[in-house]
Design a protein around this ligand. Structure first.
Ligand code: NAD
Length: 353
């Protein structure tokens, strides 16, 4: 029997509610496919500040690094917003990603057939959209030196090295091989030298993957194309800041922030989390949509553990719940036959497995 140690960070707001549902589903899929999961919980974010004064205790860093993968809820909330920046939950999150060495952020943006009306775009434009944004996460302008500001000017530096580009490009091409065999690399090579290096390097790495069709697009055009014709994309490969913006834009194609998962993988471990935040406005009300987190657990099975069948079982169970008309409150207006709470949605998906 396969055994996996999963570190759990529930975090703040709706984090505990949605992670509990993902664990419920993992346990059921584990039974069905003869996989044993053990879980260890760690504190991070506002709850960690309350308990220890530190948004990212060392015990959490060590525990997650020692685990096979991490399932993460969300952190943050108004209660901690007035703390100095370096003590806030969000600064713990940036530090966490850096400590984990997670350089690749994978963000799927897919549209469930039953929810095409939930998007602000026409069904004819978004039906069948299935995009994977592969974003470089720990380089580029968010981390480049020099940076700073004085009374007169502010400056940041967009830097990429060849090895940084190579390793994220390999991730994108390998993923494309398992999907639609297309990579569109996003840059601003008409203006930025760093983007020209990005493009040259991606072309060189792409030559190692002759079965994958490689195209290039300037980031401003990509922002337009995502709205005009999103079905043209399979894997979108981007640097940090372009990916930050485009992956949020892509996520809105699906219509609800409560549906989409993400994976951050890299040198030491991998972290799986919903793309949304801690939703303090609905915390504790039992109405949060747990699907993004359950779907993140499915990505963990697929990308960290290679348990493809178990991952497919979760994805199909989510699709069946959608098809059968079960909706949490955020999607109540879109084809609901029954509106269910967070826990019931977890039960239904577990039952479908
Ligand atoms: N990775 C993270 O942990 C992460 C990411 C983004 C924001 N945050 C933090 O979360 C807090 C709230 O941020 P925000 O309000 O800007 O973004 P948010 O994603 O938490 O919420 C935005 C809106 O979407 C709704 N929503 C989010 N997830 C939902 C779900 N699963 N089901 C139903 N509705 C859902 C919320 O109720 C809210 O109306 C802030 O402290 C922010 O810093 C954390």
């Amino acid at each position: 029997m396969a055994n996996y140690n999963i570190s759990i960070i529930k975090g703040d707001g709706i984090g505990p509610e949605i992670v509990d549902e993902a664990i419920k589903v993992l346990n059921v899929v584990g039974k069905k496919f003869d996989i044993n999961f053990s879980y260890t919980e760690y504190l991070m974010g506002g709850c960690a500040i309350d308990a220890t004064g530190n948004p990212l205790p060392q015990e959490t860093v060590d525990g997650v690094l020692a685990s096979d993968a991490c399932l993460f809820g969300a952190i943050g909330g108004q209660k901690w917003d007035n703390l100095p920046r370096e003590l806030r939950p969000e600064s713990g999150l940036l530090r966490f990603r850096k400590e984990m060495g997670v350089f690749a952020n994978l963000r799927p943006a897919m549209v469930y057939d039953e929810l095409v009306d939930a998007s602000s775009l026409k069904p004819s434009v978004i039906q069948g959209v299935d995009i994977m944004v592969v974003r470089e996460l720990i380089g580029g302008i968010y981390f480049g030196e020099p940076k700073g500001k004085d009374e007169f000017k502010g400056w940041n530096t967009m830097v990429y090295t060849v090895p940084e580009i190579e390793r994220i490009a390999h991730i994108a091409f390998k993923l494309a091989l398992k999907r639609g065999k297309k990579v569109c690399s996003i840059d601003k090579a008409n203006v930025l030298d760093v983007s020209q290096l990005w493009r040259d390097t991606v072309i060189r790495i792409g030559a190692q993957y002759p079965d994958v069709e490689l195209t290039h697009m300037y980031v401003d055009n990509a922002a337009m194309q995502l709205i005009a014709n999103p079905r043209q994309f399979d894997v979108m490969l981007t640097g940090n800041i372009f990916g930050d913006i485009l992956s949020d834009e892509a996520s809105m194609l699906s219509g609800s922030i409560g549906l989409l998962p993400s994976a951050s993988t890299g040198l030491k471990t991998a972290v799986y989390e919903p793309i949304h935040g801690s939703a303090p406005d609905i915390a504790g009300m039992g109405i949060a949509n747990p699907i993004a987190t359950i779907s993140s657990a499915s990505m963990m099975l697929r990308y960290s553990f290679g348990e493809e069948k178990a991952a497919d079982a979760i994805d199909n169970a989510i699709k069946k719940a959608m098809k059968d008309g079960f909706r949490t409150k955020d999607l109540a207006a879109f084809g609901a036959i029954e509106v269910v709470n967070t826990s019931k949605m977890g039960d239904i998906i577990a039952l479908n497995i």
